[in-house]
Design a protein around this ligand. Structure first.
Ligand code: FAD
Length: 397
């Protein structure tokens, strides 16, 4: 039994736990969440999902910055970084961790401060160093409902998509938007570009765009017409957190997450071509999430995770609707892979430790961080017991 490989399942949003001839340690029952209302310290079981966490912090005035789909595991998301609507204002999920309770390969259970060597590795190193039984977060104050903007641009031509992305990029990098959560959706073959904006204000509740006139440029992104332009106060935990869930509707999916350094004309050409010219079907989508803000203000060497100064995170979702439709599945996979290859040619592509199922984990790290991760792996998991993941091999085996 000792030689049977072990996989760890958190929220099961990645493919890492879909393995054969292995033992899957399913953390689903480790889903408890406790919130200290006075301090904002939040303890979360290693198998909890974002919806468990959000339900517990709702109505406390606190929130842990996490992702945009309630079904996702806190574990896999936080161990890879964790982007969501609060990230440009307060940083990544990994930045909010105070301590990890870790079950290690040698059978010991230890509390690992985030500010330690092993804590550095766990912030971006995935499940390589053991099983996180519990995350302790310092939540951030969310004293008022944020302003949620949904602006859908009509974009019937490739040129109009390109114009919206270029104008959107200028807005993303303007000071007034530094703390605003921003995502653009590029649904394949549809003549629209939906855009999403979330503004948190610590002083007061914003109920309309009139309360935040500095955000007006979000409604003027060089497209043709706006099919929707809705701005309203929305509850963070229930409404805002799941804003992308509709775009990420359940389906058969081959997904990769990539970062890009900048939205150059060459990158825009690739994104427009992929969603308007050589797309596999109308179910497939690219979500373009803005990084920057507080994410980029943390020093690069603070954690194993890389590319804090990247401009965007791309969630590329090649989808198909029937498990029997092998041709559609093949087309969706091929599209995702071609997109990565085309982006690589632009020189702006950065791999992430998220869901890049066909990329080696090592591609997500700079050489110096990878070397440090491999040394730490050799210390804490010398036999590579935790290897059914985006694996970091020990420095000496
Ligand atoms: C529809 C969709 C939406 C997404 N949205 C976002 C988003 O908004 N923001 C974002 O940052 N990411 C997002 N992601 C990416 C997501 O963060 C990663 O896929 C993440 O790995 C999922 O974690 P999980 O625990 O659900 O998955 P799992 O497949 O269960 O785990 C992923 C990896 O983490 C390891 N792992 C999980 N929990 C633990 C633990 N407690 N201890 C040790 N190892 C563990 C597993 O072994 C595996 O290697 C999304 C993915 C999808 C499919």
């Amino acid at each position: 039994l000792a030689s049977v490989p072990i996989a760890v399942a958190g929220g099961r949003h990645s493919h890492a736990c879909m393995v054969t001839d292995s033992i899957v340690i399913d953390l689903a029952s480790f889903d408890s969440v406790s919130v200290d209302r006075a301090t904002g310290i939040v303890e979360v079981g290693g198998g909890a999902r974002l919806c468990n966490l959000d339900a517990a912090t709702a109505s406390t005035g606190w929130a842990v910055p996490t992702g945009t789909n309630g079904d996702t595991g806190v574990g896999g998301l936080t161990l890879a970084g964790g982007w969501g609507w609060l990230a440009r204002k307060h940083g990544l999920s990994a930045d909010a961790v105070v301590e990890y309770r870790l079950a290690k390969a040698d059978g010991s259970i230890v509390d690992v401060p985030r500010q330690s060597d092993l804590g550095w590795a766990l912030a971006g190193g995935g499940g390589n160093f053991g099983i996180v039984l519990r995350f302790t977060f310092q939540a951030v104050r969310v004293p008022h409902n944020p302003l949620k903007g949904e602006v859908v641009y009509l974009a019937p031509t490739q040129a109009s998509v390109a114009a919206i992305l270029a104008a959107g990029d200028a807005v993303v990098h303007s000071p007034a938007f530094d703390d605003v959560g921003i995502a653009f959706a590029l649904p394949c073959g549809a003549p629209v570009v939906p855009t999403m904006w979330v503004k948190y204000d610590d002083e007061r509740e914003l109920t309309s765009l009139d309360d935040a006139p500095a955000l007006l440029p979000a409604t003027q992104l060089g497209g043709w017409l706006r099919l929707a332009n809705s701005w309203q106060a929305a509850e963070h935990h229930t409404t805002v957190q799941n804003m992308l869930a509709a775009v990420q509707s359940r389906s058969y999916i081959y997904e990769v997450a990539l970062s890009i350094t900048a939205m150059t004309p060459e990158v825009i050409d690739v994104l427009v071509g992929a969603t308007r010219d050589w797309y596999p079907n109308k179910e497939s989508t690219i979500v373009v999430a803005a990084l920057g803000g507080a994410i980029a203000r943390v020093p690069e060497d603070d954690a194993a995770l890389c590319h804090r100064r990247a401009s965007y995170w791309l969630i590329v979702e090649g989808k198909w609707s029937s498990p029997d439709d092998e041709a559609a599945a093949t087309a969706a996979r091929a599209w995702t892979k071609r997109l990565r290859a085309e982006l690589r040619k632009t020189g702006e592509l950065l791999e992430t430790p998220h869901t890049a199922v066909d990329a080696r984990a090592t591609a997500a790290y700079t050489p110096d961080k990878l070397a440090r991760l491999r040394e730490l792996k050799a210390t804490h998991d010398p036999t590579n017991m935790f290897r059914l993941n985006r694996n970091i091999e020990p420095a000496r085996q």
